[in-house]
Design a protein around this ligand. Structure first.
Ligand SMILES: NC(=O)c1ccc[n+]([C@@H]2O[C@H](COP(=O)([O-])OP(=O)(O)OC[C@H]3O[C@@H](n4cnc5c(N)ncnc54)[C@H](O)[C@@H]3O)[C@@H](O)[C@H]2O)c1
Length: 355
Protein backbone atom coordinates (compact mmCIF):
# COMPACT_ATOMS: atom_id res chain seq x y z
CA UNK A 1 0.00 0.00 0.00
CA UNK A 2 1.30 3.48 -0.90
CA UNK A 3 1.31 5.34 2.40
CA UNK A 4 0.58 8.77 0.90
CA UNK A 5 -1.85 7.74 -1.83
CA UNK A 6 -5.07 9.75 -1.87
CA UNK A 7 -8.26 8.06 -3.01
CA UNK A 8 -10.36 10.58 -4.93
CA UNK A 9 -13.99 10.53 -3.86
CA UNK A 10 -17.32 11.73 -5.29
CA UNK A 11 -20.21 12.18 -2.86
CA UNK A 12 -23.59 11.61 -4.54
CA UNK A 13 -26.47 13.08 -2.53
CA UNK A 14 -25.46 15.89 -0.16
CA UNK A 15 -28.15 15.58 2.53
CA UNK A 16 -28.17 14.48 6.16
CA UNK A 17 -26.01 11.35 6.14
CA UNK A 18 -23.50 12.84 3.71
CA UNK A 19 -23.00 15.96 5.83
CA UNK A 20 -23.18 14.24 9.22
CA UNK A 21 -21.14 11.11 8.51
CA UNK A 22 -19.48 10.60 5.11
CA UNK A 23 -17.98 14.03 4.47
CA UNK A 24 -16.56 14.49 8.01
CA UNK A 25 -15.13 10.96 7.94
CA UNK A 26 -13.38 11.50 4.60
CA UNK A 27 -12.04 14.81 5.94
CA UNK A 28 -10.38 12.97 8.82
CA UNK A 29 -8.85 10.28 6.57
CA UNK A 30 -5.37 11.21 5.32
CA UNK A 31 -5.77 8.86 2.33
CA UNK A 32 -9.02 10.40 1.05
CA UNK A 33 -9.85 13.56 -0.82
CA UNK A 34 -13.35 14.57 -1.98
CA UNK A 35 -13.19 15.94 -5.53
CA UNK A 36 -16.88 16.05 -6.54
CA UNK A 37 -20.16 16.82 -4.76
CA UNK A 38 -23.37 15.94 -6.59
CA UNK A 39 -26.99 16.62 -5.62
CA UNK A 40 -30.10 17.08 -7.73
CA UNK A 41 -30.59 20.22 -5.62
CA UNK A 42 -27.71 22.41 -6.82
CA UNK A 43 -27.55 24.48 -3.61
CA UNK A 44 -26.92 21.36 -1.52
CA UNK A 45 -23.95 20.29 -3.65
CA UNK A 46 -22.61 23.86 -3.54
CA UNK A 47 -23.07 24.13 0.23
CA UNK A 48 -21.23 20.84 0.81
CA UNK A 49 -18.31 21.91 -1.41
CA UNK A 50 -18.18 25.27 0.37
CA UNK A 51 -18.13 23.64 3.79
CA UNK A 52 -15.43 21.20 2.62
CA UNK A 53 -13.41 24.05 1.13
CA UNK A 54 -12.84 22.48 -2.29
CA UNK A 55 -14.39 20.23 -4.92
CA UNK A 56 -16.39 20.46 -8.13
CA UNK A 57 -20.19 20.37 -8.08
CA UNK A 58 -22.90 18.94 -10.34
CA UNK A 59 -26.58 17.97 -10.31
CA UNK A 60 -26.40 14.85 -12.53
CA UNK A 61 -24.17 12.01 -11.34
CA UNK A 62 -23.77 10.79 -14.93
CA UNK A 63 -21.53 13.82 -15.54
CA UNK A 64 -18.86 12.18 -13.36
CA UNK A 65 -19.26 8.53 -14.37
CA UNK A 66 -16.27 8.73 -16.68
CA UNK A 67 -14.31 11.33 -14.72
CA UNK A 68 -10.65 10.33 -14.57
CA UNK A 69 -10.21 12.16 -11.29
CA UNK A 70 -12.65 9.89 -9.37
CA UNK A 71 -11.61 6.55 -7.82
CA UNK A 72 -14.56 5.89 -5.52
CA UNK A 73 -18.05 7.06 -4.67
CA UNK A 74 -20.29 7.44 -1.61
CA UNK A 75 -23.94 6.98 -2.58
CA UNK A 76 -25.95 9.00 -0.03
CA UNK A 77 -29.22 9.46 -1.92
CA UNK A 78 -32.64 8.17 -0.86
CA UNK A 79 -33.14 4.43 -1.36
CA UNK A 80 -34.85 4.64 -4.77
CA UNK A 81 -31.63 5.88 -6.41
CA UNK A 82 -29.15 3.48 -4.72
CA UNK A 83 -29.28 0.62 -7.18
CA UNK A 84 -28.96 2.54 -10.48
CA UNK A 85 -26.26 4.91 -9.24
CA UNK A 86 -24.19 2.15 -7.62
CA UNK A 87 -24.43 -0.06 -10.71
CA UNK A 88 -23.51 2.78 -13.08
CA UNK A 89 -20.40 3.69 -11.07
CA UNK A 90 -19.31 0.06 -10.62
CA UNK A 91 -19.56 -0.57 -14.35
CA UNK A 92 -17.63 2.68 -14.93
CA UNK A 93 -14.78 1.15 -12.89
CA UNK A 94 -15.27 2.99 -9.57
CA UNK A 95 -15.40 1.51 -6.07
CA UNK A 96 -18.67 2.22 -4.25
CA UNK A 97 -19.86 2.67 -0.67
CA UNK A 98 -23.66 2.79 -0.82
CA UNK A 99 -25.80 3.78 2.14
CA UNK A 100 -28.16 1.29 3.77
CA UNK A 101 -30.49 -0.34 2.90
CA UNK A 102 -28.68 -1.68 -0.18
CA UNK A 103 -31.85 -1.05 -2.17
CA UNK A 104 -35.66 -0.97 -2.02
CA UNK A 105 -36.06 -4.63 -2.97
CA UNK A 106 -34.04 -7.84 -3.06
CA UNK A 107 -34.16 -7.81 -6.87
CA UNK A 108 -32.49 -4.38 -6.97
CA UNK A 109 -29.86 -5.54 -4.45
CA UNK A 110 -29.14 -8.65 -6.54
CA UNK A 111 -28.54 -6.46 -9.60
CA UNK A 112 -26.04 -4.46 -7.54
CA UNK A 113 -24.30 -7.66 -6.47
CA UNK A 114 -24.11 -8.78 -10.12
CA UNK A 115 -22.58 -5.44 -11.15
CA UNK A 116 -20.02 -5.83 -8.35
CA UNK A 117 -19.13 -9.31 -9.60
CA UNK A 118 -19.07 -8.28 -13.29
CA UNK A 119 -16.91 -5.23 -12.62
CA UNK A 120 -14.60 -6.72 -10.00
CA UNK A 121 -14.87 -3.46 -8.03
CA UNK A 122 -15.69 -3.01 -4.34
CA UNK A 123 -19.34 -2.56 -3.35
CA UNK A 124 -19.74 -1.91 0.37
CA UNK A 125 -23.07 -1.11 2.03
CA UNK A 126 -23.42 1.36 4.91
CA UNK A 127 -24.14 -1.27 7.54
CA UNK A 128 -22.26 0.86 10.04
CA UNK A 129 -22.97 -1.26 13.13
CA UNK A 130 -20.37 -3.73 11.89
CA UNK A 131 -17.87 -1.01 12.91
CA UNK A 132 -19.30 -0.27 16.37
CA UNK A 133 -17.05 -1.20 19.34
CA UNK A 134 -19.82 -2.92 21.35
CA UNK A 135 -20.97 -4.94 18.37
CA UNK A 136 -17.44 -6.01 17.45
CA UNK A 137 -16.86 -7.13 21.06
CA UNK A 138 -20.10 -9.16 21.09
CA UNK A 139 -19.04 -10.90 17.89
CA UNK A 140 -15.70 -11.75 19.53
CA UNK A 141 -17.46 -13.17 22.62
CA UNK A 142 -19.79 -15.28 20.46
CA UNK A 143 -16.89 -16.48 18.25
CA UNK A 144 -14.91 -17.39 21.40
CA UNK A 145 -17.79 -19.54 22.63
CA UNK A 146 -18.49 -17.42 25.73
CA UNK A 147 -22.25 -17.60 25.08
CA UNK A 148 -22.17 -21.29 24.08
CA UNK A 149 -24.68 -22.12 21.38
CA UNK A 150 -26.61 -18.93 20.53
CA UNK A 151 -29.97 -20.48 19.74
CA UNK A 152 -32.25 -17.42 19.86
CA UNK A 153 -31.86 -13.72 19.17
CA UNK A 154 -34.64 -11.25 19.97
CA UNK A 155 -34.63 -7.88 18.22
CA UNK A 156 -36.64 -4.94 19.55
CA UNK A 157 -36.65 -1.59 17.73
CA UNK A 158 -39.79 0.04 19.04
CA UNK A 159 -40.55 3.69 19.45
CA UNK A 160 -43.65 5.31 20.90
CA UNK A 161 -44.54 7.82 18.15
CA UNK A 162 -41.61 8.54 15.83
CA UNK A 163 -42.68 8.13 12.19
CA UNK A 164 -40.14 10.21 10.18
CA UNK A 165 -41.33 12.97 7.85
CA UNK A 166 -44.89 11.63 7.73
CA UNK A 167 -46.22 11.94 4.19
CA UNK A 168 -42.77 12.53 2.67
CA UNK A 169 -39.98 10.37 1.19
CA UNK A 170 -39.61 8.07 4.21
CA UNK A 171 -43.29 7.04 4.13
CA UNK A 172 -43.54 6.69 0.34
CA UNK A 173 -42.89 3.11 -0.76
CA UNK A 174 -41.84 4.11 -4.29
CA UNK A 175 -38.95 6.10 -2.77
CA UNK A 176 -38.02 4.24 0.41
CA UNK A 177 -39.10 0.68 -0.50
CA UNK A 178 -40.68 0.24 2.94
CA UNK A 179 -40.94 1.81 6.37
CA UNK A 180 -39.77 0.86 9.85
CA UNK A 181 -38.45 -2.52 8.73
CA UNK A 182 -36.33 -1.33 5.83
CA UNK A 183 -35.17 1.89 7.51
CA UNK A 184 -34.49 0.78 11.10
CA UNK A 185 -34.83 -2.99 10.90
CA UNK A 186 -32.01 -3.29 8.37
CA UNK A 187 -29.51 -2.04 10.99
CA UNK A 188 -30.71 -4.52 13.62
CA UNK A 189 -30.98 -7.53 11.32
CA UNK A 190 -27.58 -6.88 9.75
CA UNK A 191 -25.99 -6.43 13.18
CA UNK A 192 -27.37 -9.81 14.31
CA UNK A 193 -26.20 -11.51 11.13
CA UNK A 194 -22.71 -10.06 11.62
CA UNK A 195 -22.45 -11.17 15.26
CA UNK A 196 -23.71 -14.68 14.54
CA UNK A 197 -21.49 -15.31 11.50
CA UNK A 198 -23.84 -14.32 8.66
CA UNK A 199 -25.97 -17.50 8.92
CA UNK A 200 -28.09 -18.49 5.93
CA UNK A 201 -31.79 -17.76 6.50
CA UNK A 202 -34.12 -20.74 5.99
CA UNK A 203 -37.73 -19.68 6.58
CA UNK A 204 -39.49 -16.44 7.37
CA UNK A 205 -42.95 -15.66 8.71
CA UNK A 206 -43.77 -11.98 9.08
CA UNK A 207 -46.51 -9.42 9.45
CA UNK A 208 -46.15 -5.74 8.72
CA UNK A 209 -48.69 -3.10 9.72
CA UNK A 210 -49.35 0.38 8.34
CA UNK A 211 -51.66 1.88 10.92
CA UNK A 212 -50.75 4.88 13.01
CA UNK A 213 -49.74 7.33 10.26
CA UNK A 214 -52.81 6.88 8.09
CA UNK A 215 -54.38 10.11 9.25
CA UNK A 216 -51.48 12.44 8.38
CA UNK A 217 -53.16 15.59 9.68
CA UNK A 218 -54.44 13.90 12.86
CA UNK A 219 -51.30 11.94 13.81
CA UNK A 220 -50.11 12.87 17.31
CA UNK A 221 -46.39 12.37 17.90
CA UNK A 222 -43.56 13.01 20.27
CA UNK A 223 -40.74 12.96 17.72
CA UNK A 224 -40.65 13.64 13.99
CA UNK A 225 -37.16 13.41 12.63
CA UNK A 226 -36.93 14.12 8.87
CA UNK A 227 -40.11 16.17 9.44
CA UNK A 228 -42.32 18.16 9.41
CA UNK A 229 -45.44 16.22 8.29
CA UNK A 230 -46.50 16.68 4.66
CA UNK A 231 -50.29 17.26 4.61
CA UNK A 232 -51.81 15.42 1.64
CA UNK A 233 -48.58 13.41 1.24
CA UNK A 234 -48.14 9.66 0.83
CA UNK A 235 -48.23 7.07 3.59
CA UNK A 236 -48.04 3.53 2.20
CA UNK A 237 -45.26 1.86 4.23
CA UNK A 238 -45.06 -0.26 7.39
CA UNK A 239 -44.89 1.53 10.73
CA UNK A 240 -44.75 -1.74 12.65
CA UNK A 241 -43.46 -5.27 12.03
CA UNK A 242 -43.17 -8.65 13.70
CA UNK A 243 -41.38 -11.71 12.30
CA UNK A 244 -39.90 -15.11 13.04
CA UNK A 245 -36.78 -15.99 11.03
CA UNK A 246 -35.26 -19.47 11.14
CA UNK A 247 -31.62 -19.52 10.06
CA UNK A 248 -28.85 -22.11 9.92
CA UNK A 249 -27.70 -20.39 13.10
CA UNK A 250 -30.05 -18.90 15.70
CA UNK A 251 -33.77 -18.38 15.37
CA UNK A 252 -34.40 -14.64 15.22
CA UNK A 253 -37.58 -12.93 16.41
CA UNK A 254 -38.21 -9.33 15.46
CA UNK A 255 -40.57 -6.72 16.84
CA UNK A 256 -40.13 -3.23 15.50
CA UNK A 257 -42.17 -0.05 15.25
CA UNK A 258 -41.67 3.54 14.20
CA UNK A 259 -44.87 4.10 16.15
CA UNK A 260 -46.88 2.05 18.61
CA UNK A 261 -49.44 2.80 21.31
CA UNK A 262 -46.99 1.84 24.05
CA UNK A 263 -45.33 4.80 25.70
CA UNK A 264 -41.74 3.57 25.83
CA UNK A 265 -38.87 3.33 23.38
CA UNK A 266 -37.22 -0.11 23.42
CA UNK A 267 -34.12 -0.43 21.28
CA UNK A 268 -32.18 -3.54 22.19
CA UNK A 269 -31.07 -6.95 21.04
CA UNK A 270 -30.93 -10.10 23.22
CA UNK A 271 -28.41 -12.76 22.19
CA UNK A 272 -29.47 -15.88 24.08
CA UNK A 273 -26.96 -18.72 24.36
CA UNK A 274 -26.96 -21.92 26.42
CA UNK A 275 -23.92 -20.73 28.45
CA UNK A 276 -24.60 -16.99 28.66
CA UNK A 277 -26.71 -14.22 27.18
CA UNK A 278 -26.14 -10.61 26.20
CA UNK A 279 -28.49 -7.63 26.06
CA UNK A 280 -27.11 -4.92 23.76
CA UNK A 281 -28.67 -1.48 24.13
CA UNK A 282 -28.70 -0.36 20.49
CA UNK A 283 -26.03 2.29 19.94
CA UNK A 284 -24.70 1.79 23.48
CA UNK A 285 -23.14 -0.78 25.76
CA UNK A 286 -24.16 -4.31 26.72
CA UNK A 287 -24.59 -6.59 29.72
CA UNK A 288 -23.51 -10.22 29.78
CA UNK A 289 -25.53 -12.62 31.96
CA UNK A 290 -24.05 -15.99 32.95
CA UNK A 291 -23.05 -18.19 35.84
CA UNK A 292 -19.76 -18.69 37.71
CA UNK A 293 -18.96 -21.17 40.49
CA UNK A 294 -22.64 -22.01 40.90
CA UNK A 295 -23.77 -18.38 41.10
CA UNK A 296 -25.55 -16.03 38.72
CA UNK A 297 -23.34 -13.23 37.41
CA UNK A 298 -23.79 -10.18 35.20
CA UNK A 299 -21.12 -7.91 33.75
CA UNK A 300 -21.40 -4.58 31.95
CA UNK A 301 -17.97 -4.00 30.43
CA UNK A 302 -16.57 -0.55 29.69
CA UNK A 303 -16.32 -0.41 25.90
CA UNK A 304 -15.02 2.32 23.64
CA UNK A 305 -17.80 2.26 21.04
CA UNK A 306 -15.94 4.67 18.78
CA UNK A 307 -17.47 6.48 15.80
CA UNK A 308 -18.82 3.72 13.61
CA UNK A 309 -19.20 6.01 10.58
CA UNK A 310 -15.53 7.01 10.74
CA UNK A 311 -14.55 3.36 11.14
CA UNK A 312 -16.75 2.35 8.19
CA UNK A 313 -15.22 4.97 5.89
CA UNK A 314 -11.67 4.24 7.07
CA UNK A 315 -12.26 0.56 6.34
CA UNK A 316 -13.66 1.38 2.87
CA UNK A 317 -10.54 3.41 2.04
CA UNK A 318 -8.30 0.66 3.44
CA UNK A 319 -10.09 -1.90 1.23
CA UNK A 320 -9.49 0.23 -1.86
CA UNK A 321 -5.80 0.66 -0.99
CA UNK A 322 -5.16 -2.97 -0.09
CA UNK A 323 -7.56 -4.70 -2.49
CA UNK A 324 -8.91 -6.71 0.44
CA UNK A 325 -12.59 -7.03 1.34
CA UNK A 326 -14.11 -6.18 4.70
CA UNK A 327 -17.30 -7.69 6.17
CA UNK A 328 -19.63 -4.94 4.95
CA UNK A 329 -19.81 -5.92 1.29
CA UNK A 330 -23.00 -6.46 -0.69
CA UNK A 331 -22.38 -10.21 -0.24
CA UNK A 332 -22.87 -9.74 3.53
CA UNK A 333 -25.63 -7.12 3.30
CA UNK A 334 -27.65 -9.16 0.82
CA UNK A 335 -28.63 -11.46 3.72
CA UNK A 336 -30.64 -8.71 5.42
CA UNK A 337 -32.11 -7.71 2.03
CA UNK A 338 -33.23 -11.33 1.59
CA UNK A 339 -34.78 -11.49 5.07
CA UNK A 340 -36.59 -8.15 4.75
CA UNK A 341 -37.97 -9.03 1.32
CA UNK A 342 -39.23 -12.35 2.70
CA UNK A 343 -40.91 -10.57 5.64
CA UNK A 344 -42.74 -8.21 3.28
CA UNK A 345 -43.69 -11.09 0.94
CA UNK A 346 -44.76 -13.33 3.84
CA UNK A 347 -46.94 -10.56 5.22
CA UNK A 348 -48.56 -9.94 1.84
CA UNK A 349 -49.17 -13.64 1.20
CA UNK A 350 -50.21 -14.43 4.77
CA UNK A 351 -47.93 -17.46 5.15
CA UNK A 352 -44.43 -18.65 6.05
CA UNK A 353 -41.95 -18.61 3.18
CA UNK A 354 -38.87 -20.75 2.58
CA UNK A 355 -35.85 -18.76 1.43
N1 LIG B 1 -26.22 4.60 8.10
C1 LIG B 1 -27.07 5.33 8.78
O1 LIG B 1 -27.09 5.32 10.01
C2 LIG B 1 -28.01 6.23 8.02
C3 LIG B 1 -28.60 7.32 8.67
C4 LIG B 1 -29.42 8.16 7.92
C5 LIG B 1 -29.67 7.88 6.58
N2 LIG B 1 -29.11 6.79 6.00
C6 LIG B 1 -29.38 6.47 4.58
O2 LIG B 1 -28.78 7.47 3.77
C7 LIG B 1 -29.56 7.73 2.62
C8 LIG B 1 -29.88 9.21 2.55
O3 LIG B 1 -30.59 9.59 3.71
P1 LIG B 1 -30.57 11.10 4.24
O4 LIG B 1 -31.26 11.07 5.55
O5 LIG B 1 -29.22 11.67 4.11
O6 LIG B 1 -31.56 11.76 3.15
P2 LIG B 1 -31.59 13.29 2.72
O7 LIG B 1 -32.91 13.47 2.04
O8 LIG B 1 -31.23 14.17 3.86
O9 LIG B 1 -30.41 13.41 1.63
C9 LIG B 1 -30.48 12.78 0.39
C10 LIG B 1 -29.95 13.76 -0.66
O10 LIG B 1 -29.88 13.07 -1.92
C11 LIG B 1 -30.27 13.99 -2.95
N3 LIG B 1 -30.66 13.19 -4.12
C12 LIG B 1 -31.81 12.52 -4.34
N4 LIG B 1 -31.74 11.86 -5.52
C13 LIG B 1 -30.53 12.12 -6.04
C14 LIG B 1 -29.87 11.74 -7.24
N5 LIG B 1 -30.46 10.93 -8.14
N6 LIG B 1 -28.62 12.20 -7.46
C15 LIG B 1 -28.00 13.02 -6.55
N7 LIG B 1 -28.58 13.43 -5.41
C16 LIG B 1 -29.83 12.98 -5.15
C17 LIG B 1 -31.39 14.78 -2.31
O11 LIG B 1 -31.62 16.00 -2.98
C18 LIG B 1 -30.87 14.97 -0.90
O12 LIG B 1 -30.12 16.17 -0.75
C19 LIG B 1 -30.81 6.83 2.75
O13 LIG B 1 -30.61 5.68 2.00
C20 LIG B 1 -30.86 6.49 4.24
O14 LIG B 1 -31.45 5.22 4.48
C21 LIG B 1 -28.27 5.99 6.70
Amino acid sequence: MEKDKKIKIAVIGCGTIANNAHIPAYMKNANAEIVWFCDIIAERAAAAAKAYGAGKVCTDYRDILRANDVDAVSVCTPNNAHSQIAIDFLLAGKDVLCEKPAARTLDEALLMQKAKNDSGRILNIGVCNRFNGSVVKIKELIDDGVLGDVYHVYISFRSHRAIPGLGGAFTTKAIAGGGALIDWGVHFIDLVMYCTGDPKPKTVSGMTFSRLGRDIEGYVYEDMWAGPPVPGGTYDVDDSVTALVRTEGPTVTIHGAWAQNIGVNEMYIDFIGDKAGIRLQYGGGFTLYGTKDGRLISKTPEIDIGNHYDNEINSFIACILSGEQNTATIDNAIISSRIMQAIYDSSEQGRELAI
